[in-house]
Write a protein that binds this ligand. Sequence first.
Ligand SMILES: Cc1cc2nc3c(=O)[nH]c(=O)nc-3n(C[C@H](O)[C@H](O)[C@H](O)COP(=O)(O)OP(=O)(O)OC[C@H]3O[C@@H](n4cnc5c(N)ncnc54)[C@H](O)[C@@H]3O)c2cc1C
Length: 411
Amino acid sequence: MCEGERVAQDSVIVVGGGPHGLLHALALARVGVDVTLLEARPPRPTNSPRAMTFHWSIMRGLDELGVLDEALRRGLIHRTWSINVLGTGERMQIDLGVLADDIEHPFTLHLPQDELADIVTTALLAEPRVTVAWDTRVTGLRQDADGVTVDVEADGAVREYRAAWVVGADGATSSVRRATGLGLPGITWPERFVAVNVRHDFAAQGYDVSAVQLDARDGALVAQIDRDGLWRYTYAENLHLPEESLRERMDEMFRRVLPGGEVPEVETWAAHRMHQRVANTFRVGRVLLLADAAHVTAPTSGYGLAGGFFDSVTLVEALAEVVLHGADHEILDRYSEVRRKVFTGLASPVSSESKQLLWNADGPGRLEEEVERFRWITSSPDRQRQYLLVGRRLESPPLRRRRATSVAGSV
Ligand SMILES: Cc1cc2nc3c(=O)[nH]c(=O)nc-3n(C[C@H](O)[C@H](O)[C@H](O)COP(=O)(O)OP(=O)(O)OC[C@H]3O[C@@H](n4cnc5c(N)ncnc54)[C@H](O)[C@@H]3O)c2cc1C
């Protein structure tokens, strides 16, 4: 179908088959929208270490999409997390059980994001409303009054796809965002973070399945990946240190941190820059952005996946209103406004604070202050609950509480 040609007004293209593009395509199909998903990589994802902590706030949503049971079967859940002070051995604990009266799933899931992608892909391929094109890289797009024409490269050839709406879920370097002329303004932190998959028994050191290691120099996030002794150790170092010698510094760091100066078996690792960045709008005409294509954050609060997930929930609602019920397109501007506000007002500041606590705690008295704050929080179930419930505000209230037709009971 070519530029300017009439296109079905209920058709949507989702660009990017990362966790959010896949989940978004599945959610759109489930509400009755026809979706084409374009993904640059082949069907089998890579296994470079990436996200693995799925925040408790999105468990209900994963359940509603029918993918939670399989995710729980493949992953690990944790109902508590520990705060371990490296220098003194002090251990504090947060118990997600304090949320038992607030939510149905008071636990967090550990599962490599590629595993979730695999589960969601299986569900997607069973959806008659979904077409998936792998090995298909979007290179540009053009909009007109009726729809969007998307240019792609696939199998060494160029071709076009066309739909009424395009959702860019193609990650931080989003080609869709660039094609609309939008940037991703914000800051880049002066540290790089290093995610290491490592074989070492952190549980024997008093770490919960998920742990925050506090130290003025060697702050880290520690999380068990599977039941076979694989853990994720995430730390940070100065961005100006040469990346070529990172591996040697990693061994030195483990010698400092692990009991008896042990150097564990490192299975794989990846280093990334950290940013707080957000697009000025998540909508340009018929093109919408969600998740990392719209905003990126330091990964220290697990808000990357959760923030993107709730973008998707709100955008499914808005798009369904427009394409299935003929709602005014203005609801898509409201999607952009409310989700941008959640990022700038909550996800980004909370993640910045946790990043500074973990990887910039060497100011005078800073670490002691933070340890004292955690002692205060962990010493009362109610304070733990208040502390945790901040994560609930990642979700936006429905844009339309109730459609007019359903009031009359006619649907
Ligand atoms: C090491 C690491 C650890 C992390 N840990 C956590 C964590 O534990 N918890 C958490 O919440 N967050 C974490 N994050 C952040 C989290 O990974 C991201 O928020 C999440 O991956 C964003 O998902 P996405 O689907 O928006 O984008 P991506 O995962 O980046 O997926 C984008 C997809 O788009 C495809 N694509 C890109 N360009 C094109 C194109 N031109 N055409 C077609 N397809 C294209 C890519 O191939 C990719 O499949 C971590 C990040 C890193 C780097």
